[in-house]
Design a protein around this ligand. Structure first.
Ligand code: BG6
Length: 530
């Protein structure tokens, strides 16, 4: 039915003169940021080149970094400062597609980059880091504030945290406000409940919770943040945002890409650990949370955490009724033949790793009792799209019964499109012009790019900026991480102990296994055709 919808466009209400000038906004934010050094562990890795350096450069070019700022990159590769600078400038040209590059600005930015070849197990290396930090504190006036970014394989996290403590770099759990240390931890944050708890304990030996910033890049996506604004800055949605008016919620996270050379990592992770435990559950928590008391980071995180705590644990005796999994075989995407998962590099020919999962969740609280939240997520699906669709209850009485069969029965659907083509659309019934009454389902669309005429900043840009500002709202707190693992770990254990599945069970380029359709069909619902 959605395919037949005709699009209406909306215009922004603001007059040009009322729009905020981004530079004015940037200048006012700049006054609030404090000087600091960012120390990146794993600085020669993919994440630094593809995401961190482009995000930092973009902030720098918008004057959103403090004037007194520098970066120290650490990894095992032997390089000097100049070679590191050159390598990061090359990475900018190779990977920063969405960031306009100005040659002079990039050269100035590169002057703030430093490098130290480091073996992370070596105490002496951390003394050398300490000396460099002291030197740059004077040279760049960073006042001793440090952000440590863990972008290494997770197996090194605990070692690095301990080394920071030994070198007296982690600093002030004493409660002194300045200088401050902060630590950013990349996902995966543990691989089950026990390992996540251990990592949290280790971090808490050295850092206070407000100094720990666990990155979930989905929380930094512009459209995800807009969910809060849509829900809590408008008066019209919140009265409808509950079990009385919402029949179910569908979250789709479909990727056309495969494991992209990360077969070894993915074999150990699988879809549930890779995206459901973190990104998907964060989306559920934002959609379902209560209005926070304020935008203070603890208030918003309290509300997200309450949602995770209220998700009904899976009934392990009937697991297949609540969660199903799949693995892609060979297929065709965009006219191109693509290999099956088991044919990817570093993947076992008998792999039982899931590349797809579909879940039916219930949130046991007053607002959401008995409203199913369906979540599907997978690689090598038919289309790359992430969206949240809120399906409202149908009109209670079928007044237009003379219309064509089925056409009056559709529900209103509010779609929050996270990517690509970020936007919001609302599907509703109208009368088709003519002497008889025929209904037509239309969609009223808001698209970010046409409304604002700018590209949306990357999630990393927003998250790095927030960390520099000391705002942890968009980062995962200890309790939320552990609650998510508490939900997911029993499933992983049951799957590991259960019989082997007949994988692959979906073709690349399809919408996943038949079991996913059956899961939702059991409630007389169907996945949206995207
Ligand atoms: C990452 C996962 O966290 O998120 C990847 O490790 C996945 O496997 C990616 O592809 C998806 O992120 P995005 O922003 O492209 O939807």
């Amino acid at each position: 039915m959605d395919n037949n919808c005709k699009n209406l466009s909306v215009t922004t209400v603001n007059k040009a003169s009322e729009l905020i000038n981004p530079l004015d906004e940037a200048l006012s934010l700049e006054q609030a940021v404090e000087p600091c050094t960012m120390v990146i562990f794993g600085a020669h890795g993919d994440l630094t080149k593809r995401k961190l350096i482009p995000a930092l450069y973009s902030l720098y070019s918008q004057r959103l970094l403090p004037d007194s700022f520098c970066v120290i990159g650490l990894s095992r590769t032997q390089m000097n400062h100049d070679e590191f600078r050159l390598s990061m400038c090359q990475a900018m040209h190779e990977f920063a597609d969405d960031v306009p590059i100005d040659k002079d600005t990039l050269a100035q930015f590169a002057n703030c980059l430093y490098y130290l070849p480091t073996n992370f197990g070596d105490n002496k290396a951390f003394s050398a880091l300490s000396l460099l930090i002291d030197e740059l504190k004077v040279k760049h006036q960073t006042r001793g504030n440090n952000i440590f970014y863990l972008s290494t394989p997770p197996s090194l996290y605990i070692q690095i945290v301990r080394q920071l403590a030994l070198a007296s770099l982690a600093g002030t759990k004493s409660g002194k406000k300045t200088p401050w240390p902060r630590i950013i931890v990349e996902k995966p944050f543990g691989r089950d409940l026990a390992s996540a708890r251990l990592l949290n304990q280790e971090l808490h030996q050295v850092f206070a919770e407000h100094q720990i910033f666990r990155i979930d890049h989905y929380l930094g996506k512009e459209t995800v943040q807009n969910i809060m604004v849509l829900r809590f800055a408008n008066g019209i949605f919140e009265p409808l945002w509950n079990r009385q008016h919402i029949e179910h919620v569908q979250i789709t996270n479909a990727e056309t890409i495969g494991v992209e050379g990360r077969g070894a990592y993915y074999e150990e992770a699988g879809n549930l650990r890779d995206v459901v435990q973190n990104h998907m559950l964060q989306l559920v928590s934002i959609i379902a949370m209560e209005p926070p008391v304020s935008l203070d980071s603890e208030d918003t995180r309290d509300e997200r955490s309450k949602v995770l705590k209220s998700i009904r644990p899976f009934d392990l005796t009937k697991l297949d009724q609540y969660i199903v999994r799949g693995q892609y075989g060979p297929g065709c995407i965009g006219g191109q033949k693509v290999p099956g998962y088991r044919d990817e590099r570093n993947v076992s020919a008998e792999s039982q790793t899931e590349t797809f999962s579909a879940l039916r969740l219930y949130i046991d609280n007053w607002r959401w009792a008995d409203v199913p939240f369906y979540v599907r997520s997978g690689k090598r699906l038919a289309k790359a799209i992430t969206e949240i669709a809120i399906h409202f209850r149908r009109a209670p009485h079928r007044l237009f019964h003379n219309t064509r069969e089925g056409e009056a029965l559709d529900p209103n659907v509010l779609v929050l499109q996270i990517q690509p083509d970020e936007g919001i659309s609302l599907k509703f019934a109208t009368k088709q012009p003519g002497p008889t009454t025929h209904l037509r389902w239309l969609s009223m669309d808001f698209a970010y790019d046409t409304a604002f005429g700018t590209t949306t900043p990357s999630a990393y840009e927003r998250l790095l900026h927030d960390c520099i500002m000391g705002d942890a709202s968009l980062f995962a707190r200890t309790d939320a991480v552990e609650q998510a693992w508490e939900l997911i770990t029993p499933v992983l254990e049951a799957w590991a102990a259960g019989p082997r599945l007949d994988f692959p069970n979906y073709s690349a380029g399809s919408w996943g296994p038949q079991a996913s359709d059956n899961l939702i069909a059991g409630d007389l619902n169907a996945w949206r055709h995207l």
